[in-house]
Design a protein around this ligand. Structure first.
Ligand SMILES: O=C(O)C[C@H]1C=CC(=O)O1
Length: 96
């Protein structure tokens, strides 16, 4: 199943710089592993915001929830999920 996910990050101002750097490094590795696996299909920075639009291709709601709640930045994110399905007018064959 495909899901559109909006992630908006707010880091606490008093988070020590070294801890912030550690969390961001873990977040990057976690995200890139999932992108390599094909589960995290797209990630786009939203211009002017510490936020992204992403598309996930996962088995079901449970898998998406596991992935999102495992994000190292999860505690600092506002996350909005929209399930997607194929549009009847879509012409691309490689999208479900
Ligand atoms: O930067 C972000 O948008 C938040 C998060 C999502 C992937 C990643 O590496 O960081």
């Amino acid at each position: 199943m495909l899901y559109h996910v909006f992630m908006d990050v707010t880091l606490p101002r008093d988070l020590p710089a070294d801890e912030t750097a550690r969390i961001l490094a873990r977040e990057k590795a976690y995200s890139q592993d999932l992108q390599r696996s094909g589960k995290w299909r797209h990630i786009w920075r939203i211009a002017g915001q510490y936020a992204n639009y992403s598309v996930f291709d996962v088995q079901d709601h449970d898998e998406l929830h596991r992935i999102l709640s495992g994000l190292p930045l999860f505690d600092f994110m506002d996350i909005r999920v929209t399930p997607l399905l194929r549009h009847p007018s879509a012409i691309r064959e490689d999208d479900r």
